[in-house]
Ligand binder design. Sequence first.
Ligand code: MIC
Ligand code: SF4
Length: 691
Amino acid sequence: MGLTLTQKILEAHDVSGRKTESYSPGDPIFVKVDECITQDATGTMAWLEFEAIDLPEVKMPLVVSYIDHNTLQADFRNYDDHQFLRTIAAKKGAILSRPGNGILHQVNLENFARPGMIFLGSDSHTTTGGGVGAMAIGVGGLVIATSMAGEPFELKYPKVVKVHLTGALRRPWVTAMDVILEMLRRLGVKGGLKRVFEYSGPGIEKLTVPERATITNMGAELGATTSIFPSDHQTRHFLSAQGRPEEYQPLIPDDDAVYDEIIEMDLSELEPMVALPHSPGNVVKIRDLVERKPIEEILAKLPANVHVAVREHVSRLYQRELEIDQASVGSCTNASYLALATVSSILKGQTIASHVGMTVSPGSKNVLAQMAKENLLEHIVDAGARLLEATCGPCIGMGQCPPTNGISVRSFNRNFFGRSGEKSAGSFLLSAPSAALFAVRGKLVDPLSENDIHPDIFDEPEKFITAKNMFIYPVDASLRDNVKVIKGPNIKDCPVNEPLPSEIHGPVLLRTGDDITTDDIMMAGTKVLPLRSNIPAIAEFVFNPVDETFVKRAVEMNPDHKRRVFFIVGGENYGQGSSREHAAIAPMWLGLAGVIAKSVARIHRDNLIQWGMLPLEFTESSDYDGIEGGDELNLGGLDNLMGGTNQLVLRNKSKNTEIPVILDVSDKEIEMLKAGGALPYVKKKVLNRNA
Ligand code: MIC
Ligand code: SF4
């Protein structure tokens, strides 16, 4: 039987040497990792955790620490973080990417990602690497720390979905962003759970690596483990243009590979799409809005739990005759040379509407330099747009919050409520060309009916600017003892959990609805990002967008920050979105024992376990209705836990009922939970190894 790309890569990295056909979806598999990447917002914790494991250097061929999320240095705390990251990288043997070098996913794609490798990143959009034929997976910081300590990576054997693309994109107005938005329209934000999407078919032939990377990047919004493209002539061209021709290797699935599911998509039929506030899954055609389709008709295509927000924001858009306030191009999804060159060509000779604020952030310094070399930046700034640094910027709420009741169009991958600091505004996610066109017109129009602006269609350069001065390489191993790690006062040691007791009692401190994001649990933005290295301080913001009383209630019941004193009850897909483990560590610090949900999203589930908390799922979803906020719960039998599906009984003492719940964990995860999380678990292993 032939193998899929996923099977080929997993088999080549499986530390047990087992053949891929001996696995079924859901089985644990342990793989060797070729690279780890971190970014500042999750990286300071990951590096503090690695420090706590107490190894002299990373045990991994390649580690790159990026500074791209919070680069403003608005006060001493941010620069303190950067100094810590620079010095710990030098000491432990990692490459540092300076602030300004660009967004980790774009920069890693340009410089380090290669076909057939497995790499992990402490950021959910690490999946971008699939554009070059790598298996790239987003994980929590502690998984990075333990991988850097030489632990193989454990993942659940995924289902493999073939996405068979035919036809061709109607460039320049229909883009790779519309492909992934169409996937989200069809499958929703839960549609990719436990799956790897493998793109193939004649439609991929003309998709360049950066376009493929747009698709694999935003595959994270499907909840997928990752997404991947084969390595072919486009990959060869990209690697060679990036000055790395020797890293090309062809990698395609076997003709007779067997897939768990198949999706067909004709690229020629696609048209410009948009995701409505506040979920990347709320996808409709831009034309539906331009033609003012009745709101009920739009809502009928979307899940019920998003109707309130969509109704509010689409009604506002209609009342305002489709007028927008802000247009932002950039982010790790759409800030490649091709995306930005097209934007430049749209803006050439045009003027941004006077009521619109437009920003453009390049994905990397090399993209910026390439644009400068080709005189493409001048059209952007001449038109009245603001050119920002090559960082995450507005995407993570570091500036460019839209105005009150505002309408923002963004070429980004996430539009969660409050992500950019907005309270009443809404973000609409769409392609970079659509955002640029709307900035000029001042409102939404149908790009396919555009008659006046005829942007050029760009090809990838034969040779990109590939200056490497923005990387700082680690000092020679023999000199590392002399490197002093600098830690400012805002950098606090990371708290750890305690070993799992046999029984837990506690109230339900919060009961949430479906699709709670990690942004809901731990918001981003200018107020909070400087606190990523300080758990006691950042814990003040837990659940702030959802329930402003949460922290006060937690501290009142647990002033001494004891571990495992309360539970949270969640709906479907609890913890979707970003990889930020602060959404697990900060609740742990407040006293979270575990989450009981209809389902828990992959990275957040892993983060909970890594930090010694229980991700429990209802056996019957309807039992969610039998628990209210404030109910006193009791969970026993924890000393009998084993790898596999544990059936546990949760006693609701307030209602005098018993609720069956499931804890589905591997053998290793049980060991970690019992030890109080991955840190004590790995530390013990390292001590044993060194003894
Ligand atoms: C995001 O896009 O949400 C982030 C910010 O990049 C996160 C990581 C973080 O919270 O620092 C992610 O995607 O994992
Ligand atoms: Fe940065 Fe936004 Fe990409 Fe996250 S999604 S890595 S914040 S650009």
